[in-house]
Design a binder for this molecule. Structure first.
Ligand code: GCU
Length: 429
């Protein structure tokens, strides 16, 4: 490969965010301009049989739909990781100013020592008198970003720099502490009796187009990933989702947590990740998608805001290669996001949008939950209970929850209030 001279490289890096903004500006935001589309049928098997009962769904159609998402969107997760080892690195009995017990646990694969492992951070409400339900999610920053407690070791992994995250030379610094704490609302969760478990997504794979070379995907590949990823091979989202399931493996061993009451949660690209983790791993009793947008909850066929063409060009590493075939060709894709939501059934699922986050297509996010209803019906479960997108800051829904809050693309205290109320109801707290 020829190397670009430094000034050209620098200007490319300055241009990239501008290009993204330009793309956001030129995207379609006009409902009237959406080309009419037909969604793939949920309740028809590949060989044309009608899915009439919960048993038909569970025994036949569900695995077909899961297989379609593996083949065409996220790629198939390999099964060769072998044993999983947990090593408690620290227990802090006075975290969050005495409100929480914080454990940091390293998760490694003894059969694959080339992978340095992930460091999961678990906050438990100190006041708890019995095993507690737990939110499980991946973070954009290291553990030091999720909580401002100064005794949390700084992540040493590659990290993307932003204006506000204190990352220098792609590494966390003291200035990175707490920069994601608004998004995690640990104090609120502790006060309501929930534990929160999280890990940094870069522990599994750095979020760059060539990140697979330095991540778990290379380690688990047959050839050590000397070759590029092929159609059907797993993408980074599937790898991050795999990490969430390993967190569950640990939580099942920790008697402070009620592993029958786990909610997987994620924002944006990590909301796409939580949807895929929840679809594959039924140990998650509840799924939360916060502003997950394209490739997550938003109906791809609407082409509103971000499109398949844009996402597969900007972030090809998130998906299996095959997914890019559907750029400007959505009608040919065997799935759409209502099917991803349906994979949560009959478990509870909450989809959240933000009014100013048009790039993620709030209405498309709402519609996926609506069009998944037929599967929840098979189980006699009530979904939204409404057919139109509700006004801002007006949560709706029974087993399928939804809200659109005022504000931008983010996770806020308001969002957490709704997730905690929803989880409390579903977990019978
Ligand atoms: C970009 C991307 C989205 C993604 C978001 C995020 O905006 O286009 O698909 O959800 O980043 O992860 O914040």
């Amino acid at each position: 490969m020829r190397f670009l001279p430094a000034p050209i490289l620098t200007s490319l890096f300055t241009l990239l965010p501008l290009m993204a903004v330009a793309q956001q500006k030129t995207a379609n935001y006009d409902e009237a301009a959406i080309v009419p589309y037909t969604l793939p049928e949920l309740l028809k098997t590949q060989d044309g049989q009608s899915v009439k009962t919960a048993a038909d769904w569970t025994n036949i159609r569900r695995s077909e739909v899961l297989g379609l998402f593996e083949k065409f969107v996220f790629g198939k997760t390999p099964q060769n990781w072998g044993k999983v080892r947990f090593e408690t690195l620290s227990v802090q009995n006075n975290a969050l100013e005495g409100k929480a017990i914080r454990k940091i646990v390293r998760v490694t694969l003894p059969d694959h020592p080339q992978w340095a492992g992930l460091e999961l951070m678990l906050h438990l409400p100190k006041a708890a008198t019995r095993p507690v339900p737990c939110f499980v999610g991946v973070s954009f920053g290291g553990n030091e970003a999720v909580s401002a407690d100064t005794d949390i070791p700084l992540s040493t992994r590659w990290m993307r720099a932003s204006k506000t995250n204190g990352v220098v030379d792609n590494r966390a610094t003291e200035q990175s502490r707490g920069n994601e704490k608004e998004r995690w609302q640990l104090e609120l969760a502790m006060a309501r009796g929930f534990a929160v478990a999280t890990y940094y997504y870069g522990d599994v794979e750095p979020d760059r187009n060539d990140g697979w070379k330095d991540g778990l995907r290379a380690v688990l590949s047959k050839d050590g990933a000397s070759t590029e990823w092929q159609d059907g091979d797993w993408g980074a989202i599937a790898a991050w989702a795999w990490g969430l399931s390993r967190v569950v493996d640990y939580l099942e061993t920790d008697s402070a947590v009620d592993a029958g009451k786990l909610a997987v949660i994620g924002h944006s690209r990590l909301g796409k990740t939580s949807l895929w983790a929840g679809a594959q791993d039924k140990r998650f009793g509840m799924v939360v998608s916060n502003n997950s947008g394209e490739g997550g909850a938003a109906i791809m066929r609407r082409n509103f805001g971000e499109t398949t063409a844009v996402i597969t060009k900007a972030f090809p590493h998130w998906f299996t290669k095959t997914y890019s075939n559907y750029a400007n060709n959505e009608a040919a894709c065997p799935v759409d996001s209502h099917m991803l939501i349906a994979l949560a059934a009959p478990r509870a699922i909450y989809i959240a949008s933000a009014e100013e986050d048009r790039w993620a297509d709030p209405k498309g996010e709402f519609l996926s939950g609506l069009h998944a209803q037929s599967v929840f019906d098979l189980f006699g479960k009530k979904g939204y209970g409404v057919h139109e997108q509700p006004p801002v800051n007006t949560p709706v829904g029974d087993v399928v929850g939804y809200h659109i809050r005022t504000g931008i693309h983010d996770v806020t205290r308001y969002d957490w209030e709704q997730y905690i109320a929803f989880a409390s109801r579903h977990f019978g707290l």
